[in-house]
Design a protein. Structure first.
Length: 465
């Protein structure tokens, strides 16, 4: 691969000043620092930050960057959990947050065209006004963007019924190194002409092109929803409850679980509705559908769960009653810090039938390494958030937490799983990609990267090769 530039020269800076006048260029370290970090808690100072207002500026930038072999790191809200937007290997950060127009929401085509900087929850609110529905719901939806979600193929709680971001991207317009524009896909819900470049862009983490427009698929908005929270005396009891739900022919919109450590953490920061001494696992389920069918579906759901003898079962019909139950789920991640000041947040996924084996194995790994391990997440699709909680100021704990993370990855892979279900590999999991992907797969991916980005200027050091 071509040697990349290792710093900005004065002539580079003059060009960037001309291309990004005024506050379009940021070079003061104290202003750039915030553009060099993300939610992985990793950070590095960019060489400069550019903030394009138009696609034309991005085309010019990529022409120049290819000629100068200048590394570029695309960035939006910086909520990524794996360091994908961190310029860890140097380069100019390209913030596309100012490309934030909702171009069109179309109830007859059931699709929308948006720029990458639109905040996901704001877009969902706009679609709902037209009784349309954009299902992907990462827990970060109020603070992350559609461009970031597409670039990471974000998942969410509704994935069990509706799938992930990838399932809602019909088209991607991206600027490639050298300045060419690729308009992959379009407004049709089906399209089998040529290879599926749209899907290749989804989850590519800023390594293939810089998105300037996304075409997203919409559904009719479900009329109504309901939620059930059920606590169980054992993890296996909770899993049996979940199996009963599927066996009853119910496909929940969301099926989340929290293990005993996660439940204990939450109980330390708020009143909880479950018996504190005996609860070993909690399930949270959501269903949606027509207003007339929902009370009957809710009855069937509670009957299915009751067969697994829950310790308690709470129901909420409609957003007003459901919200307090989901509020508890949102506390899991902050509650983990009750058990220690630092955490490694992994997001492995296993085949759905292996979930109990995986969670019991992760808990045993925590006990062996003498660190707290809290497991929770998307039971309905086998995507388990494993929080390894420790004190980074203690050398011994730091080493044990790393050993724990690696043992979690090994167990996951031995069960036929993946080391990342939704956060991507970025820099935090980059070193472990070869544990999962073979030489053959990695060399195919390297070949694809080479076609899109022959000099390797886009987000170097990230990804999978
Ligand atoms: C509290 C919290 C909860 C979360 N919950 C979830 C969850 O439930 N599910 C989930 O999947 N994730 C979750 N995340 C992770 C994160 O929110 C997602 O990865 C999100 O998609 C990142 O969006 P962003 O706008 O912050 O993008 P950034 O973090 O800024 O960037 C993400 C990636 O996109 C690339 N990129 C940025 N702009 C462009 C562009 N214009 N073109 C091409 N590539 C680009 C970047 O290089 C980077 O690799 C959570 C994070 C937090 C902090």
């Amino acid at each position: 691969m071509t040697a990349l530039a290792t710093a900005l020269t004065p002539s580079h800076l003059r060009l960037l000043e001309a291309l990004f006048p005024g506050d379009g260029l940021v070079t003061r370290p104290e202003e750039m620092a915030v553009f060099g970090a993300d939610s992985s808690r990793r950070s590095a100072l960019p060489w400069a930050v550019v903030r394009p207002r138009s696609e034309e500026q991005i085309v010019e930038l990529l022409r120049w960057a290819e000629a100068e072999k200048m590394p570029l790191v695309p960035r939006l809200r910086g909520t990524g959990m794996s360091g994908g937007a961190v310029p860890a290997f140097g380069g100019v950060v390209v913030s596309t947050l100012w490309l934030n127009r909702v171009i069109d929401i179309d109830a007859s085509d059931f699709c929308a065209e948006v720029e990458p900087g639109v905040v996901t929850a704001e877009f969902q609110a706009l679609t709902q006004k037209q009784k349309l529905f954009y299902p992907p719901d990462p827990a970060s939806l109020k603070i992350s963007t559609l461009g970031g979600n597409v670039s990471t193929c974000a998942g969410g709680m509704r994935a069990v019924k509706y799938g992930v971001t990838r399932d809602y991207v019909l088209g991607v317009r991206a600027v490639l190194p050298g300045g060419k524009i690729c308009d992959a896909g379009g407004r049709t819900h089906k399209n089998v002409v040529g290879l599926d470049l749209t899907r290749l862009f989804v989850g590519s983490c800023g390594t293939l092109g810089i998105f300037t427009k996304l075409t997203l698929k919409l559904l009719p908005l479900p009329e109504s929803s309901a939620t059930v929270l059920a606590a169980f005396g054992s993890l296996r009891g909770a899993l049996e409850g979940a199996h009963n739900v599927f066996r009853a022919g119910i496909l929940p919109t969301a099926l989340e679980f929290m293990d005993a450590v996660a439940c204990r953490g939450i109980a330390q920061i708020r009143d909880v509705p479950w018996p504190k001494d005996t609860t070993q696992a909690v399930l949270l389920l959501k269903i949606d559908g027509s207003a007339s069918a929902l009370p009957g579906d809710l009855d069937r759901l509670t009957r299915a769960l009751s067969q697994a003898n829950p310790l308690c079962l709470l129901k909420g019909l409609g957003p007003g009653e459901e919200e307090p139950l989901w509020e508890i789920r949102r506390l899991v991640s902050p509650a983990a810090f009750q058990l220690g000041p630092d955490k490694l947040g992994e997001d492995v996924a296993v085949p759905r039938g292996k979930t109990v084996e995986a969670v019991e194995g992760f808990q045993a790994i925590g006990a062996e390494n003498d660190v707290h391990v809290a497991c929770y997440g998307h039971l309905g699709d086998g995507n388990i958030h494993v929080n390894i909680i420790y004190d980074a100021g203690d050398d011994g704990q730091r080493a044990r937490a790393k050993a724990c993370k690696e043992a979690v990855f090994r167990l996951t892979l031995s069960l036929g799983g993946t080391i990342s279900g939704e956060h991507g590999t970025g820099i935090t999991k980059g070193p472990y990609v070869s544990w999962q992907l073979s030489e053959t797969e990695r060399s195919l991916m390297a070949g694809i990267k080479q076609v899109f980005d022959p000099s390797g200027i886009l987000n170097p050091g990230k990804g999978w090769v």
